[in-house]
Design a protein around this ligand. Structure first.
Ligand code: NAD
Ligand code: MN
Length: 353
């Protein structure tokens, strides 16, 4: 029997609730499939751990994670801790050292889910956003001087390397090539950001020559928000910088119906390190502990994890079950306008499996 070892890091807030649901669903799926086993190990890292130890994860945390086949992550962020401490202390502290440079975010309007876009339904919005995940605006370069004085300065330097842009561009063209439309939109802001993003555009044009069967176009990021809302059908695969894609993917999630549905994979495509799978949403302080978090984004992230682990048949089975649950209004959580609870959706998903 094939065995996959998964590190589960629920983190904070509703991360704990949705990862518990995801582990339950994936365990049930593995038992039904019969061909593979998922061995989960749980790590209680995050804001509670920080309050006890002063660290978001132990000093040897990465060493502990390295032997795993994948990481199943919830979210980080607590109302009583600064977000930059929690984010850099755990999530980015894993993504960057493990070189998970390709952040992949599929978005679709699932049958049964209502898009806030008038006239948009199933098939009108079917995108994969590829986000550069290690450098750009979130490289962590910068500093503060003259703290607290009127002349205080802070710098936040975006870093674009030829190697970093080239590898994400190649990954994006490959992703587009593997989809039926073979169409990529390269998001940029090379009118205002005249150094890094001009290089980004140049590298896009170079890499495009390696993929003659992929059609591509360019969009400035501000105009991209308009195209996403006004002409969603005109898009398929999208590549953007760390910051731009962060923002565009939340917009995409909202246009597809809810932040609670959208999944993410943080991939190290060369598989030198484990990749990490998580819903795109955060800790959702407003609903933490209420038992009403939508677990679909976490299930869908589990589906991406199974694909990465080579369990395509189980991944397909899980996706069909997700679609069955989404189509059933009795299983909609409050973010989708329903009354269902996390546990109801999980039970419904397992029944659909
Ligand atoms: P959020 O995603 O936590 O919440 C935004 C809104 O969406 C809230 O109204 C919330 O109730 C709703 N929502 C999100 N997920 C939902 C789900 N599964 N089911 C139902 N409703 C859902 O974003 P925020 O409020 O900006 O951030 C809260 C905290 O989470 C902050 O500390 C932030 O730093 C952190 N955060 C972490 C990650 C991550 O770990 N990857 C991502 C985003 C935000
Ligand atoms: Mn984000």
């Amino acid at each position: 029997m094939r065995k996959h070892r998964i590190a589960a890091i629920p983190g904070d807030g509703i991360g704990k609730e949705v990862v518990a649901a995801g582990v339950e669903a994936l365990t049930a799926l593995a038992a039904l499939d019969g061909g593979f086993e998922l061995e989960f190990e749980h790590f209680d890292w995050g804001s509670d751990y920080y309050k006890g130890t002063g660290l978001m994860m132990p000093a040897d945390g990465l060493e502990k994670l390295k032997p795993f086949d994948a990481i199943y992550f919830g979210s980080v962020g607590a109302p009583d801790l600064p977000d930059h401490i929690t984010l850099w202390g755990l999530r980015l502290a894993i993504c960057q050292p493990f070189d998970q440079y390709a952040n992949v975010r599929p978005t679709r309007i699932l049958a049964g889910i209502e898009s806030p876009l008038r006239n948009a339904g199933v098939g009108d919005l079917d995108w994969v956003i590829v986000r550069e995940n290690t450098e750009g605006e979130y490289a962590g370069q910068g500093g503060r001087s003259h703290r607290g004085h009127p002349e205080e300065v802070a710098t936040e330097v975006a870093i674009f390397t030829r190697a970093g842009v080239r590898r994400i561009m190649r990954f994006a063209f490959q992703t587009a090539q593997a989809r039926p439309r073979k169409f990529l939109t390269v998001v940029t802001k090379s009118n205002a950001q005249r150094n890094g993003l001009v290089m980004w555009d140049e590298i896009a044009a170079e890499v495009a020559k390696e993929f003659p069967d992929v059609t591509w176009d360019k969009m400035l990021v501000d105009a991209m928000t308009v195209r996403m809302t006004m002409k969603p059908r005109s898009l398929d695969t999208i590549v953007a910088t760390n910051l731009h894609a962060d923002i565009l993917s939340d917009l995409a999630a909202a246009l597809a119906g809810s932040m609670g549905i959208a999944p993410t994979a943080n991939l190290n495509p060369e598989r030198q390190f484990p990749s990490m799978f998580e819903p795109i949403h955060g800790s959702a302080f407003d609903i933490t502990g209420m038992g009403i978090a939508n677990p679909i984004g976490t299930f869908w992230s589990g589906q991406m994890m199974l694909e990465h682990l080579g369990e395509q048949a189980a991944a397909d089975r899980l996706m069909r079950a997700i679609e069955t649950v989404a189509a059933n209004k009795a299983l909609h959580t409050p973010d989708l306008g329903g009354n269902a609870r996390t546990a109801d959706v999980t039970a419904g998903l397992i029944a659909a499996l």
